[in-house]
Structure formats: C-alpha cells, structure tokens
Design a protein around this ligand. Structure first.
Ligand code: F6P
Length: 327
C-alpha cells in the first residue's frame, strides 16, 4: 500500500451532534502526524464534484461545541451507480487524496465499502447518527446528545400534561430501532414505551393506561418510536385511545428534526475526539475497511461489512426496569 500523505474527511446521511467534533479530531490528528487533510463537502455528492477544501488545525477552531456539520451532509443517489463512484474516484485522485474517513450511518458505510472494493481505496468509518443503530459500537455520535435533548423536552411536556390531566403520545426518531424511545422513556418516567423491537399490541396499551389511571396518576406520557410495530401512527393511536377511553384527553407531539440539532454533549465530544484519532491512526497503520466504535469503553475496530450487517440490539433489561418503574 502507498504511504498515505493526504486524507479526505466527509459527513454523509442524516447529520448528528458531534460530527463537527469528529471532523476537528480527524483534521488535528492529521496535523499531529504531519499529513494533509481535505474536507469533502456534502458527502458523496461533493466527492463526485470535487467540492473540497484544504483544512489545517486552525480551520477547525471553535467547532467542537457546534451541532450539525460544517462540511454539510447529503444522501446521494448518483454515488449508488458505478459511474458515480468512478467520478468520485477520479476527483479524489486529481486532488491527491489517498485515504478517506467517512462519518455517517449504515448507508454511508455501505457506499464506503463498495468504493473500497472497487478501487482498493483505503476507508475508515466513524458512526455518526442519533439512531444508535450500528453494530460494533455501544454509542454512535449524536445519540447521547439526542437522548438529553428529548428527555428535556418530555420533562416540559410532562408539566403541561399534568396541569391538564392529559395523556400525551410523544413520537421520537430512531428509524427502525427503539434505542432513543426506550432510554428516554425510562429517563423521563414514561408510563408506556412503544418500540419496533416489541409488539406491545393495542389491548395491552389500553390495559396499561387503565392501570395507570387506577393507580391515581394524573397524567400519562407514552413514548412512541417512529418505527413502532403496532403499525399505527401517533395520530391513529390518539383516535384509538379516545374512542376506547373517552375519559382521556389526548394530545400528540411529534418531536421531529429538533432531535438532531443542538450542541453536542460532553460525552459526544469526547467520543468524537477519540474516534477521530483512532480513524486517522488506523489508516496510517495500513488498516482499511473498518469502522471505529466504542466497546466496553474501549475504542475498537469492526469490519465495515459486520457493522452494516450486524444488528444493534436494544437493552431488554430497560423494558423490565420501565415496567417496574411504572407500578
Ligand atoms: O437516521 C437519522 C434520522 O434522523 C432518523 O431517525 C429518521 O428516521 C431519519 O433520519 C429522517 O431523515 P430525513 O432527515 O431525511 O427526514
């Protein structure tokens, strides 16, 4: 393998708090090892168009605390084609970039893996998504911040819910996994948590709400993961409960993209810094086609194909904890 002299860094897919901190860590680790670093704008879209910017240690000052990604992000259709990837390869070679750090989720890693296979181009991935749906890491970048953001919002919803004796369905992000819902549900003391991994069923939901009312609770919060298996939207759930339990005054709150914004938590900043260092140093050690992750508080590498194909499992203990806490 040729000696690496210039590394490209990009963010792709849904943005997540901590992406800027990870870019900063990649750039500064390159500077530390006296190699060049180039930022690639708008993920694979910018890569195909050669939309690059030279970055040095000072270019990334003042961004560790900023949400979003200053390199911007995109989901590229063209990069899924062989022609698109050839264009990207040509642009990277023209700029003398000889390795890549890609920060994103499984779509980003799938693109990186195919690109690596086709062009033997060294790549290392850093998991950045609020969903925490990547195998090979206990935490993805942005997940911890999103949990804190959502808990803070649900606390506020609880204030108004209890003032009016209302039931709220709060929909949270997470695509097909329930990590956010389960953790914020426990953290904010939700009466019920609906996640894709468990099909609670409508009858059990009603039973649980009856129990909650009988136990003297004045308000109820039901956290619903956007990919929940009951198969009804939060608005349909509201209609269903109102029809079967007219005594409940029900409201819905869909939290949406505010969950992806905001200043990263200290945990995400530290994680981003550790992952950025490991990503660059792995490339310099001749490693490629791996994802950097956090396992048992150690930074560890997982082959990209395992990270993509493996399943990131929810912590089932939390379901039981939640059941006990809502007694
Ligand atoms: O993957 C991150 C995520 O925020 C998911 O939780 C959500 O389902 C999806 O992205 C939303 O994507 P978009 O920003 O394209 O609407």
């Amino acid at each position: 393998m040729e000696k690496i002299k210039k590394i490209g860094v990009m963010t792709s897919g849904g943005d997540a708090p901590g992406m800027n901190a990870a870019i900063r860590a990649v750039v500064r680790t390159c500077a530390y090892h006296n190699i060049d670093c180039v930022g690639i704008y708008r993920g694979y879209e910018g890569m195909m168009q050669g939309d690059f910017i030279d970055l040095n240690a000072r270019s990334v000052k003042g961004i560790i605390n900023k949400g979003g990604t200053f390199l911007k992000s995109a989901r590229s259709i063209e990069f899924r084609t062989k022609e698109g990837r050839q264009k990207a390869y040509n642009a990277l070679r023209a700029a003398n970039i000889d390795a890549l750090v890609t920060i994103g989720g499984d779509g980003t890693f799938t693109g990186a893996m195919i690109f690596n296979q086709e062009f033997d181009f060294p790549v290392i991935g850093i998991p950045g998504t609020i969903d925490n749906d990547i195998f090979g890491t206990s935490h993805t970048l942005g997940y911890d911040t999103a949990l804190n953001t959502v808990v803070e919002v649900i606390d506020k919803i609880r204030d108004t819910a209890s003032s009016h004796n209302r039931l709220f369905f709060v929909e949270v992000m997470g695509r097909d996994v329930g990590h956010i819902a389960l953790n914020v549900g426990v953290g904010a003391g939700a009466e019920e948590i609906l996640i894709p991994e468990e099909d609670l069923g409508l009858d059990r939901l009603l039973e649980s709400l009856v129990r909650s009312k009988e136990s003297g609770k004045s308000s109820s919060i039901v956290v619903v993961a956007e990919g929940d298996k009951i198969g009804k939207s939060v608005f349909e759930l509201k209609d269903y409960v109102e029809e079967h339990m007219p005594e409940y005054d029900v409201r819905v709150s869909v939290l949406g993209h505010m969950q992806r914004g905001g200043s990263p938590s200290c945990f995400d900043r530290v994680l981003a810094s550790r992952m950025g260092v490991k990503a660059v140093e792995s490339l310099l050690d001749g490693k490629s086609n791996y994802m950097v992750g956090l396992l048992c508080d150690k930074i560890a590498l997982t082959p990209l194909d395992r990270a993509i194909k493996g399943q990131s499992k929810i912590n089932k203990e939390l379901i039981r904890v939640s059941d006990i806490m809502t007694t």
